[in-house]
Every structure is written in structure tokens, then in C-alpha cells.
Design a protein around this ligand. Structure first.
Ligand code: XMP
Length: 517
């Protein structure tokens, strides 16, 4: 895809690198993350309008610490070093020096400006500025030609600049929300110093991506697996806009979906987009194979293999398909840098339909590989999709199978579906659906005694699992108000035959996981 102006972020391993990229994009500027090992020649080929050096966990004074190709600083492209990026500049350029602080500074600090800078434009008037610090080293001598432009109580050179060469550096993290004027400072770098043009909007993305897909795919046919989540739905709609009926979507009902999920997704797409869409009802094939299986990994394998089998049969029945569409996102494509034992490059890849492209000799088309998740949601809004799809909670490939602990039966699936529907409905009705990462019910292999009217009952226990998370790597149980929990519990026990007790899961991840299996 063609982009007007690009900002390159060189990654030195900071946990905040992706956040820098997102802040730049939020300012309407296209940004890309590259490993810090990128050579100046390769960088030049990208022709960025600005370069940002990220933070990182290493110390520039260590022998094996990641370095910058010094020629990057000779390209004449404006540079902003953040934290490790600042220390690296001081360590690389003549006259600069870095030392270890007595103790690591972590948390908020009060920044005061000690020099004029275009970085401070529009925010000089305020007194002290709260900024977020996280560093062990600091700059004790600034490089030749630089001036100090801000300090904190503990760091004399908290920001520095060489305006004649357009090189700027901050010891604190402007990308972190705790830095009050962080966005203003980053925007000053982008627009006052680097004169970067905006143009990265999701409306322009849709337009240029559709044109690019049309060009790339020519008259070819593409097959796409729809899951009902926002990613695969956006992929399908973008491709449909580009190549119309030459896109063949396949929605496989594997028998472990939520209540009415298949129909809802398929009906929405058929009504709004005139998609070429096959709804494959493969429930029996999946459920017959899952009969009596208790082991979670076995459940996953059976569902994975059966999905590939069904999808392959369906895809093969479409003549002349050359491409498989996937919803790979930008975080899956970024070459993540790890410095434990020297730079190494790990590339994660998506395996929704693992193994299929090679097996079927299909080429991959990934229309979302430049987008972050929040940008996919913006594209979805742009395409006019309803909030029920845009904000749908993540749902695991093995579906309800890993939320029924123990053996799966059609009867237990039916019980869980009805309990789950109540959880979804009450979260939606109370506005908590969008506040939490995921919320669902789990059916336990456990019966307890209850009383209903004058009768003794002996029925199943269901657990509520509602969590907050940013990326599913860590999570905490959501502090949902007790009146909402009470309503969910009352409704499940009264409306779902087969459940007479509801419990709440209050474990965080780690050490627990989000799903129970
Ligand atoms: P855990 O349980 O590992 O879940 O904390 C993290 C996130 O991943 C989802 N999940 C899965 N997704 N196939 C999937 O496609 C799976 O086998 C699977 N297991 C867990 C889970 O819903 C959560 O969002």
C-alpha cells in the first residue's frame, strides 16, 4: 500500500514500542515498527519523514547492548530518542556520556523546562509537568552541539536537543498516558519539527486498501473463513468491495458456537453485503467426534482438524481459487526484538486455518496486516458495521467445548448456551459489555443440592468468568457491580433448567488463565 508520509520507530525492545506507533497513528500519521538492527540504507529506502528511537530494557553501557547504525543520524531525517533512545544518542555521539543512577527511577516525576524548544510549544505556560519515568541509566554529559531543555528533581538532563540537526531526546515516556502533555510533545515533534503530513485515516485506508486488493488479485478467486469476529468480518467486507462475487466466504458451524451465533452472523452479512457466502452446518461431524472426550487438548485437536477438513472440502469445491484470506493484524507481523543473549528476531504468525495455505497451494492475502485492533474497529465503523460485531468479545476457536469442563453432550451444550446468553444480555443491558474484555459462563462437572419451591434439586454448577485485559496476555477479574452479578445469577438459576448454583471466578491471569480449559 502507498502511504503519504511514514514515521519509522526503531524498536530497542521496550514494552511501550507499540504504544508509540499507535500514538503516531492516532495523530493521523502512518507509522511502522522496525527492529533496531535496521541499516541506514534500508531505512533510507523507506524514506521516512521522521525516526523515533524507542526505549528498551538494556543498558547502553553493556557490551552486547543494542546499538544504532550511526549513519541513521547522518540521513538528515528528524530523530526523537525516547529513554533508552536518548541514552543511545548520548552514548553514540561525540561528547555524550551515560551513567548508572543510584537507584532505578520508576513512576511519575515533575518535569520543568530549562530551555526553549519546539517540543514544548503550546505547553510552556503550565508550571511543572507530570511525566512517566522508567530508567536505570541517565545522561550525565550531553553530546557536542546539544543543549539541555528540561530537568527533573533527580535528572539534570531530562530532555535535550540539537535543533540545527533536528535531533531531539526525552528521558521520560511521552507515549504513556501518565505523561500529561505526552501527546502534545509527540505531536510537536511530528508536526512542528518533522513537518509530517497527516492522511492516515481509516476512510482513506479503506479506499486505498480496496484499490490495492483489486490490483493485487486481478481476476483471481479468493476463499475466506468467517468466524463472526470483527477481524474476519472486516476482511470479508473489504475483499467483497474489491472483488465482489469472486470472494467466497465459508462459515462453518462446528456445533460449539453460542446461541444463534451462526444465524446472526450469516444473516447480517447476507442482508447487508450480498456476499458469496456458504453456511456449512457441520455440527454433527464435530459433535460426534467430541462425544465422550474430556481432555482439553484433545478437544482442541479434534475441533482444529475437523475444521480444516470441512474447510478444505468446501474450498476445493470452488473452482479456480488461488488465495486464502486471513485476518492477520499488525502486532502479529511486527518482528519482536528480544535482547536476552543478544538481538534475536521472533516472528509470530496467525494459525486460524493452520497448515491450509501450503496444503492447498494457496497464496495468502491479509488485508489487515498493517492495522492495530483499534484501527480494525475504526475500519468496521467506516464500513457501517453494527456495534454488536465491532465490539464482540473474543471467542476461542474451540468455542463452548472448552467451557464445558469434562465430557461434552448436546444437552450440556444446550444448558451452557442458555446460561451464556443471559451473561451476554445482562452485560449488554448494563453497559458493562464494552468495559470488560470477555465475560462468559462455564459449566462445571459438578452437581450440588438446591431447593426450588418445595422440591429438592440436584443440578449443575455454573461459574461466571468476567475479566479485564488489554491483550489477553494478563487479565484480572472484573469488578462488576454486585447487583448485576445478582441479576445474572437469579436469571440463570430461574431460567436455565439444569443449573441450580452460580459461582464467581475471582482469579487473575497469571497464575490462572482466562478460559478454564
Ligand atoms: P487463556 O485461557 O489462555 O486465553 O488465558 C487467552 C485468550 O485466548 C482465547 N483462547 C483461545 N482462542 N483457540 C483460540 O482461538 C484456543 O484454543 C483458545 N484458548 C483460549 C481466550 O478466549 C482468551 O481470549
Amino acid at each position: 500500500m502507498q502511504h503519504n508520509d511514514t514515521v519509522v520507530i526503531l524498536d530497542f525492545g521496550s514494552q511501550y514500542t507499540q504504544l508509540i506507533a499507535r500514538r503516531v497513528r492516532e495523530a493521523g500519521v502512518y507509522s511502522e515498527i522496525h527492529p533496531c538492527t535496521l541499516s541506514a540504507d534500508k531505512l533510507k529506502a523507506i524514506a521516512p519523514k521522521a525516526v523515533i528511537l524507542s526505549g528498551g530494557p538494556a543498558s547502553v553501557r553493556d557490551v552486547d547492548s543494542p546499538q544504532l547504525d550511526p549513519a541513521v543520524l547522518e540521513l538528515g531525517v528528524p530523530v526523537l530518542g525516547i529513554c533508552y533512545g536518548m541514552q543511545l544518542l548520548a552514548n553514540t555521539l561525540p561528547g555524550g556520556a551515560v551513567a548508572s543512577a543510584k537507584e532505578r527511577e520508576y513512576g511519575r516525576a515533575e518535569l520543568s523546562f530549562s530551555g526553549k524548544s519546539p517540543l514544548w510549544e503550546g505547553i510552556e505556560a503550565a508550571g511543572a509537568h507530570t511525566v512517566w519515568m522508567s530508567h536505570g541509566d541517565h545522561v550525565v554529559s550531553i553530546p557536542d552541539g546539544f543543549e539541555v531543555i528540561a530537568r527533573t528533581g533527580s535528572v539534570e538532563a531530562a530532555a535535550m536537543q540539537d535543533a540545527s540537526r533536528n535531533i531531539y531526546a526525552l528521558q521520560f515516556h511521552p507515549e504513556v498516558a501518565h505523561t500529561e502533555d505526552g501527546v502534545a510533545i509527540l505531536n510537536n515533534f511530528l508536526f512542528k519539527i518533522a513537518n509530517v503530513g497527516t492522511g492516515w485515516t481509516m476512510a482513506s485506508y479503506v479506499e486505498s486498501e480496496v484499490a490495492a486488493l483489486r490490483e493485487k488479485l486481478g481476476d483471481d478467486h479468493v476463499v475466506c473463513a468467517l468466524s463472526g469476529g470483527v477481524d474476519s468480518t472486516v476482511v470479508a467486507v473489504l475483499l467483497h468491495k474489491a472483488i465482489g462475487k469472486r470472494l467466497h466466504c465459508i462459515f462453518v458451524d462446528n456445533g460449539v458456537l453460542r446461541l444463534h451465533e451462526g444465524e446472526e452472523v450469516v444473516n447480517y452479512l447476507r442482508e447487508h453485503f450480498d456476499l458469496n457466502l456458504k453456511y456449512v452446518q457441520a455440527q454433527d461431524r464435530f459433535l460426534d467426534r467430541l462425544e465422550g472426550v474430556e481432555d482439553p487438548e484433545k478437544k482442541r485437536k479434534i475441533i482444529g482438524h475437523t475444521f480444516i477438513e470441512v474447510f478444505e472440502e468446501e474450498a476445493k469445491a470452488i473452482p479456480g481459487v488461488k488465495w486464502l484470506a486471513q485476518g492477520t493484524l499488525y502486532p502479529d507481523v511486527i518482528e519482536s526484538v528480544s535482547f536476552k543473549g543478544g538481538p534475536s528476531v521472533v516472528i509470530k504468525s496467525h494459525h486460524n486455518v493452520g497448515g491450509l495455505p501450503e496444503k492447498m497451494d494457496l497464496k495468502l492475502v491479509e488485508p489487515l496486516r498493517e492495522l492495530f485492533k483499534d484501527e480494525v474497529r475504526k475500519v468496521a465503523y467506516e464500513l457501517g458495521m453494527p456495534e454488536s460485531i465491532i465490539w464482540r468479545h473474543p471467542f476461542p476457536g474451540p468455542g463452548l467445548a472448552i467451557r464445558i469442563i469434562g465430557a461434552i453432550t448436546r444437552e450440556r451444550l444446550d444448558i451452557l448456551r442458555r446460561a451464556d446468553k443471559i451473561v451476554q444480555a445482562e452485560l449488554l443491558a448494563s453497559d458493562w459489555y464494552r468495559k470488560v474484555w470477555q465475560g462468559f459462563a462455564v459449566l462445571l462437572p459438578l452437581k450440588t443440592v438446591g431447593v426450588m419451591g418445595d422440591d429438592r434439586t440436584y443440578e449443575n454448577v455454573c461459574a461466571l468468568r468476567i475479566v479485564d485485559s488489554l491483550d489477553a496476555m494478563t487479565a484480572d477479574w472484573s469488578r462488576v457491580p454486585t447487583d448485576i452479578l445478582a441479576r445474572i445469577s437469579n436469571r440463570i438459576i430461574n431460567e436455565v433448567k439444569g443449573i441450580n448454583r452460580v459461582v464467581l471466578d475471582i482469579s487473575s491471569k497469571p497464575p490462572a488463565t482466562i478460559e478454564w480449559e
